[in-house]
Ligand binder design. Structure first.
Ligand code: FE2
Ligand code: FE2
Ligand code: FE2
Length: 409
């Protein structure tokens, strides 16, 4: 797995919707690195990664970030107002991205000092953040739906020059829009994944992040985003990762597969990032229509890891993570797979996910760890793989979940 491609998938997750992707952060990243390559090539890489991840702190807001398209709407919603700092804090977990983190922090500063969070003005705002501000505003104004929209978008945005960004940056941006070699694929949604894949290849992540430890940290960022989306289930993803790894080891899977189970656990609920917040936060009964939307999250997990061409390892991780709601009897989703057609690690995730759901304080049907294990046994062969349940009972009896069970209790 390549960290750059994985970061592009994380970026895609911030724009996931049940039937597609809004591509806001991809467009901002591509546009910003294009402008940087012309006016400040030395910051192209930082601007690109900051662009990909600029909105991760906004996960959990009631609406998608692009719905808050005025400064007034942004500062009036505490969640949105906090997203530059929150996003920068999450980026600080990723070695090598300190510069990108600083750019994310300042990507809502305005040239005239009225932006947030620090009220910086003029050249006190890092150039990369100025570029991100302009690209963000241009995409939020719908300027890149097609060629004709660009002219309309530019007319709408011109009035902000001198307020939100400098006149020289505006002139550079307008000049850059004549580069048809970039804009042709950029304006076509169908060619965006290929353009993103090419750009990820061209702009590798810093060496500090370009390793297995880096990949692990990025997957933890995904788990943190899922927590932001639904703070009531905080810690669920990491608990599932730990349980799944312990169980995989206990079932004598190879250490590679146990590690894969850990990684899949971290990201197993990432499709939930694309669900409307009001559905995720609801504790009461859902209507059939709402239930269908919520269930779509499993397919969305698979789609998020399949957002770029030619990334087989990433696709494989998504397939395992996204099939954790299949049932052994074939009554699950998204594909209604049966028995051993469901990947073994997905079957492991399914059992530990149900265990954690029953055992968590959020659940209105919260039961003890022991009772949760009994319920799994009652559903062995129906919802769950009997072999997985047996191993789980065995491991729980041995105190093998030890610390994890204690954390969950
Ligand atoms: Fe933003
Ligand atoms: Fe799920
Ligand atoms: Fe889950």
């Amino acid at each position: 797995m390549v960290p750059a491609q994985l970061l592009a998938a994380v970026s895609y997750m911030t724009d996931l919707i049940p039937d597609g992707c809004l591509y806001h952060s991809w467009r901002v990243a591509l546009l910003s690195q294009h402008l940087a390559s012309i006016i400040a090539p030395e910051i192209r890489r930082d601007v690109f990664y900051a662009g990909l991840l600029q909105e991760i702190g906004s996960i959990g807001a009631m609406e998608h970030i692009t719905s808050y398209n005025s400064l007034e709407l942004q500062v009036n919603d505490p969640h949105i107002k906090a997203h530059p700092e929150r996003g920068a804090a999450i980026l600080d977990w990723l070695p090598g991205l300190a510069e990108a983190s600083a750019l994310v922090r300042s990507h809502h500063e305005w040239w005239n000092g009225t932006g947030f969070p620090d009220g910086l003005a003029g050249d006190d705002i890092p150039l990369g953040s100025q570029i991100l501000r302009l690209a963000d505003a241009a995409d939020s104004a719908g300027s890149f739906e097609n060629r004709a929209a660009i002219a309309k978008g530019l007319r709408n945005l011109a009035g902000f020059t001198g307020y939100a960004w400098s006149s020289s940056l505006w002139a550079d941006f307008v000049g850059s829009t004549t580069d048809t070699a970039f804009y042709k694929p950029f304006l076509d949604k169908k060619s965006l994944p290929k353009l993103m894949a090419q750009t990820c290849k061209e702009i590798a992540v810093p060496d500090e992040l370009n390793n297995e430890e880096g990949i692990e940290r990025i997957l933890h960022v995904v788990a943190a985003m899922v927590d932001l989306k639904d703070p009531a289930t905080r810690g669920h993803s990491i608990r599932i990762a730990r349980y799944a790894k312990s169980l995989a080891k206990h079932m004598c899977l190879s250490s590679e597969d146990a590690h894969l189970a850990y990684r899949a656990g971290l990201v197993h609920d990432c499709g939930r990032l694309g669900l409307p917040s009001h559905l995720v936060n609801r504790t009461g009964r859902l209507s059939d229509k709402e239930l269908t939307i919520v269930r779509a999250h499993a397919g969305m997990t698979i789609r998020a890891f399949n957002c770029l061409p030619d990334c087989p390892e990433m696709v494989a991780l998504g397939e395992i993570a996204g099939h954790d709601h299949e049932r052994f009897d074939g009554q699950g989703y998204p594909d209604g797979l049966t028995g051993e057609r469901i990947p073994l690690i997905s079957r492991i995730l399914s059992a530990v996910d149900a265990f954690d759901a029953m055992n968590s304080v959020r659940s209105d049907r919260m039961v003890s760890s022991k009772a949760a294990v009994i319920r799994l046994q009652q559903n062995a062969g129906k919802q769950f793989d009997p072999q997985v349940v047996e191993a789980m009972v065995d491991l729980a009896g041995l105190g093998g979940f030890g610390e994890e069970l204690a954390t969950a209790a």
